[in-house]
Design a protein around this ligand. Structure first.
Ligand code: ATP
Length: 349
């Protein structure tokens, strides 16, 4: 179990982590989500005692990291795979870690086998691909057979087979009763991996909830209707007290209604339908909706007009410059100061 209480980190003027309080529990994969710069890595570094909190506290099984007798047996972490000494053979790198933590040498072979690096154990990591580097970092995290595992963006650089492998590994570790805490900005990946979610934006806690509840609470389910008679159908829906919107492709979208009811209305009014479908938001959409107010950096390409999310993420803050001549407004209808450049959002979520 990892417990955070009012955990706060300030770097000069920048409040990177702002009063985070939550508990990461054993037996489940907890996804740690947030837009770029939200404070995920800073939080994880504080868990490991690599950064000192400005305020608040974080404990691993009731203790600060520095108080753990044998830290690798309590918590294994993958922060940055490239932190490995490139010139030392993979086996020797792990052996060195094992020896300094009282871990028997046979465990080195075991973890290399587990992560699929057995055949390259005698090779130097400087020749490793990004994916192999990630695997070596994961082997190091597993070395002490820890009860808690913490991975910062573990699927970065992995191919689909590698992503599948790490997903299965994390779920297996959780099933064994371990605490698994994993950060990612890949929502679709997290949707398949985590059962519980902690979402932060600009250092603040936005959600601490189960995956299913998170999607239900932060996403939009709507009914999509395509008809060759959109104007008639619009009238039918409005007369029935519904508030349809017209999508970019001309389809009608109706929030807060059931597809069977709309089908019955169409039948009763003899309107031909080409499509009647319930659209459920994905985790990606739920995440974008929740964090839209706290995204720190946005980038827009010239010609971006279509919102990625139904309803669209908010545009840049009020007061930013008008789009350049010939340009179109980004989602939200306002323009960033310059196309192709990131802009920093001034207000807090
Ligand atoms: N050592 C540091 N000195 C100054 N500012 C820092 C430092 N480390 C992080 N920050 C700032 O703190 C904020 C949070 O950074 P952090 O790396 O924790 O975010 P993150 O959620 O992990 O982002 P990403 O998804 O992009 O990795 C950012 O604005 C970052 O620029």
């Amino acid at each position: 179990m990892i417990e955070l209480e009012d955990l706060t980190k300030r770097y000069g003027d920048k409040l990177a982590v702002d009063g985070l309080s939550f508990t990461v529990r054993p037996g489940t994969v907890t996804g740690f989500l947030g837009p770029n710069g939200a404070g995920k890595s800073t939080t994880m570094r504080m868990v490991l005692g690599l950064d000192a909190p400005t305020r608040g506290d974080v404990r691993i099984e009731g203790k600060h990291y520095g108080e753990l007798q044998e830290p690798l047996h309590s918590i294994g972490a993958l922060l940055e795979a490239k932190g490995v000494h490139g010139g030392r053979r993979a086996y020797d790198h792990l052996l060195c870690m094992a020896q300094s933590n009282g871990i028997p040498e046979r465990r080195v072979g075991e973890v290399l086998e587990m992560v699929g690096l057995h055949d390259v154990a005698r090779k130097r990591p400087k020749g490793f691909s990004l994916g192999m580097g990630q695997r070596l970092g994961i082997a190091a995290a597993l070395l002490g057979d820890p009860r808690i595992l913490m991975f910062d963006e573990p699927v970065n650089g992995l191919d689909p087979e590698g992503i599948h492998w790490i997903r299965t590994l994390m779920q297996q570790l959780a099933r064994e009763g371990r605490t698994v805490f994993v950060s990612s900005h890949l929502m679709s990946e997290m949707a398949q991996t985590a059962e519980h979610l902690v979402v932060i934006g600009q250092g603040r806690l936005l959600a601490d909830t189960s995956m299913s509840q998170f999607i239900a609470e932060n996403s939009r389910t709507h009914v999509r209707v395509r008809t060759p008679e959109p104007e008639r159908m619009l009238d039918v829906l409005v007369e029935a007290g519904l508030r349809p919107a017209t999508a970019a492709d001309g389809a009608l979208e109706v929030d807060g209604s059931e597809a069977p009811r709309i089908g019955e209305l169409a039948a009763a009014n003899q309107v031909v339908l080409h499509e009647l479908s319930t659209q459920r938001a994905s985790l990606e959409e739920a995440f974008m909706r929740l964090t839209a107010q706290s995204v720190e950096y946005h980038a827009y390409a010239p010609g971006d007009v279509q919102a990625a999310v139904p309803g669209g993420p908010p545009g840049p803050p009020a007061g930013t410059a008008a789009p350049p001549q010939g340009g179109q407004a980004p989602p939200g209808g306002q323009a960033p100061p310059a196309w192709g450049e990131n802009w920093r959002k001034g207000r807090r979520g």
